[in-house]
Design a protein around this ligand. Structure first.
Ligand SMILES: C[S@@+](CC[C@H](N)C(=O)[O-])C[C@H]1O[C@@H](n2cnc3c(N)ncnc32)[C@H](O)[C@@H]1O
Length: 407
């Protein structure tokens, strides 16, 4: 049995003591004791608890691997996430004004991927235990919208109908005004019998749409998502922001950053989360790698009333970024790349010198790298806000404004 004192929290949410020794569930300042094997104290006893420690609010927290930081106070987690961003910026010599963190409420996640497996008695659905293939049922999950938790019996029924005996189903549930939107991966092949059984199940659970693998198995009602005044039906499984509150906070930041613009380019536009609301006041060109998403965005724009002109383009912005000659006509840019960031596109943005950029990122490390290129080209990083739509997890998301100062 050894005793160690935690110095800091690692990127996976583990406490880290000198050594390093990784201690899951421990917080900075805590003294813990237990057996250490391969630099990990897997089952620590907390000897001196931190003032930042709280009793995990969710009754599933102990077994479920869905959340990593339920044992810490919200203000601690917010400060930690801000610290992660500050640290990433400082590696590039950057600093900025940090606005207060916007953390989404419990039970606000509007989409979740549940795992499900057939059992001798029926099926089991829930989240995986940390680092394990054991599935923990989470009927009272405090993370997800209650409509998602209420969908767990549906997920189990899908595993009974379409799960293979050995494999595991992955079932993405998304809330929507027309009912749940469901996408199932890892199931047996979709045949006419399964299709008709799924239709009965969808009726019984009042589901809007079911996609099975890459096929839309059935649509009872359009799986609509509101994006400003527009209603968009995203392709099954397409990217959406994780909570409505988080989306609203990101959009408020983006709107502020590009508020004076009359022609905006939205890079990595998805199905139009930012492009369509921004089209209430400006013309927008939306660029996105996934063709089906641009089609959904365009259809949503065409059906909406009172929006300015929106054009959309399917384009791989890693391999084929928009060039300065494509970008000159815009007076603001929104950019929201995947975790890898937008190295190639940001190099072109830096050369194009568009006056304002709203930057949304889900990875502080690639954000800092890309922001440093823009700052090197004469932009100022005016402000940044951490938007935490992944409460109780180690995931960090942000929105920031950059403006050109030496025009
Ligand atoms: C973080 S999401 C943001 C989407 C959108 N801005 C939103 O808020 O809903 C990143 C988007 O980048 C798209 N994407 C990923 N790689 C891409 C690439 N190489 N070129 C263009 N788009 C890409 C994804 O399909 C996804 O829609």
């Amino acid at each position: 049995m050894e005793q160690v004192t935690i110095e800091r929290l690692g990127h996976q949410g583990d406490g880290i003591a000198p050594g390093p020794v990784f201690v899951p569930g421990a917080l900075p300042g805590e003294t813990v004791e237990g057996e250490i094997s391969n630099n990990v104290m897997a089952a620590p006893r907390i000897v001196t608890p931190s003032e930042m420690r709280v009793k995990a609010p969710c009754r599933h927290a102990k077994g479920c691997g869905g959340c990593q930081l339920q044992h810490a106070r919200d203000d601690f987690v917010e400060d930690w996430k801000v610290g992660v961003v500050r640290h990433a910026l400082s590696a590039h010599g950057l600093e900025t004004e940090f606005r207060p963190c916007a953390t989404s409420k419990p039970q606000s996640r509007r989409r979740a991927t549940f795992s499900a497996r057939r059992t001798k008695k029926g099926a089991l659905a829930g989240f995986h235990m940390t680092g394990s293939d054991v599935i923990v049922p989470v009927p009272d999950c405090l993370l997800v919208d209650p409509k998602l938790a209420a969908g767990l019996p549906l997920v189990e029924a899908m595993a009974v109908l379409g799960g293979s005996r050995k494999g595991e189903l992955s079932v993405l549930l998304t809330t929507g005004d027309n009912g749940l939107d469901v996408k199932v991966s890892g199931g047996k092949e979709l045949d006419p019998q399964l299709q008709s059984e799924l239709a009965d199940l969808a009726r019984a659970h009042d589901v809007a749409r079911v996609a099975w693998g890459d096929e839309v198995a059935l649509t009872r009602r359009p799986a609509v998502q509101k994006m400003g005044r527009a209603e968009v039906v995203p392709p099954p499984g397409a990217f959406l922001q994780a909570t409505s509150e988080g989306e609203a906070a990101l959009l408020a930041g983006v709107r502020e950053a590009v508020s004076d613009a009359s022609h905006i380019v939205d890079l990595f536009a998805g199905c139009g989360t930012f492009a369509l609301p921004l089209a209430e006041h400006a013309r927008v060109h939306a660029v996105e790698g996934d063709k089906a998403m641009t089609v959904a965005l365009d259809k949503g724009w065409r059906m909406a009333e009172g929006l300015r002109h929106v054009t959309s383009e399917a384009r791989d912005l890693f391999r084929n970024p928009l060039l300065p000659e494509d970008l000159h006509r815009f007076d603001a840019a929104v950019i929201d790349p995947p975790r890898a960031g937008a190295e190639a596109q940001v190099a072109e943005l830096a050369a194009a010198r568009i006056p304002r950029i709203a930057f949304v990122s889900c990875n502080p490390v690639t954000f800092a790298r890309d922001a440093a290129v823009l700052v090197g080209a004469g932009y100022t990083l005016d402000w940044l806000q951490v938007v935490d739509q992944f409460r109780w997890s180690t995931h960090v998301e942000l929105v920031a404004q950059l403006s050109l100062t030496d025009r």
